[in-house]
Structures are given as structure tokens and as C-alpha cells.
Design a protein around this ligand. Structure first.
Ligand SMILES: [Zn+2]
Length: 170
């Protein structure tokens, strides 16, 4: 039995989506409960990721949970991963262009360049430090959700200068 809830999702224009999230320093039951609610909210909305600011929380935390669904029929299957205090340590020079959606920007897709591979570090729900190397679609989810932690949505990202780079595919 779960007590988790579907939370309201912030849509573009909400202040919290433009703010830097705050580092999580206490790994207690309230963080576990927030993660449960975020997962339930994400699944209900057919998302493959969700960041805490999208549910009106300023915690530097997101969930990646790629799986095929009506919004992303070709997404790979992975167990949901709770990512807290994320850092991107290294990025591949190779970039990939693909369409992304966002639960905070309903009914819109934007083509975004992302690094094909990234080396990341984050805390899990127990406060353990995790290092990982992510590629392809999962690396794309991480970079999208990481942007939310910095107060950046697809709309700002698509206007950044590094997005104008047809020369980077190799
Ligand atoms: Zn998003």
C-alpha cells in the first residue's frame, strides 16, 4: 500500500521553474516521501523524468525513469532512479539532436542538442554518493532534469548559443 500522491505540476510562467534548486543536506523520510510523490506524479503524466521544482519543491532532486509510453514510444526501459544533488563532471564533445517534451510545457516539443555521453555524480535517497556514466536517451533525460535544477527549461535551452551547432555531429 502506498500513500503517495499525484502532485500539481508547475507550468512555464511559475517562478519556481526559473529558480536554482537548493542542495539536499538531510536525507530523511520527507525526502523519501517527496520522491514517492514525484514518481507517482510522473507516472500519471506519462513522463520519463521529473524534477522537484516541477512539483513546487526547491530540492535539488529529480527522478529519471525511462520506459516506453504514449509520449515516448521508443524510450528504453530502466528502473526509476532518484537523483539528488546532481553534478555533471564530464561531457562528450559529441552531441545529439532530438525532440524533447516537458511536463511543465504541455503539448510542445522542441529539438535540443545534448551531449551523447556524460559522467555524473549524485546522492541517492540514503545520502550515498553515486558515480555513473550515462549515454543516449538516459543522458538526455539527466541533462533535461539537470537544467530544471538550474532553473532552465527547454524554452531557455533552445535559445542558448550552443544550440546553433550543426557542425558538432561526428
Ligand atoms: Zn522538463
Amino acid at each position: 500500500m502506498s500513500n503517495s500522491a499525484v502532485l500539481p505540476i508547475a507550468t512555464v510562467g511559475e517562478k519556481i521553474l526559473a529558480q536554482h534548486a537548493q542542495a539536499v543536506t538531510v536525507f530523511d523520510v520527507s525526502i523519501q516521501s517527496l520522491a514517492d510523490d514525484m514518481l507517482t506524479t510522473m507516472l500519471a503524466a506519462n513522463g520519463v523524468g521529473i524534477a522537484a521544482p516541477q512539483v513546487f519543491s526547491s530540492a535539488a532532486m529529480f527522478i529519471m525513469a525511462s520506459r516506453p509510453n504514449p509520449r515516448y514510444p521508443d524510450a528504453p526501459n530502466m528502473r526509476p532512479v532518484v537523483v539528488i544533488n546532481p553534478r555533471i563532471l564530464e561531457t562528450s564533445t559529441q552531441m545529439e539532436l532530438a525532440e524533447e517534451g516537458c511536463l511543465s510545457i504541455p503539448d510542445q516539443r522542441v529539438k535540443i542538442w545534448r551531449h551523447a555521453q556524460i559522467k555524473v555524480q549524485y546522492h541517492d535517497l540514503n545520502g550515498n554518493l553515486i558515480s555513473d556514466i550515462l549515454v543516449g536517451f538516459v543522458a538526455r533525460i539527466f541533462q533535461h532534469e539537470f537544467d530544471h535544477i538550474q532553473g532552465i527549461t527547454l524554452l531557455e535551452r533552445s535559445n542558448m548559443p550552443e544550440q546553433q551547432r550543426p557542425d558538432t555531429v561526428n
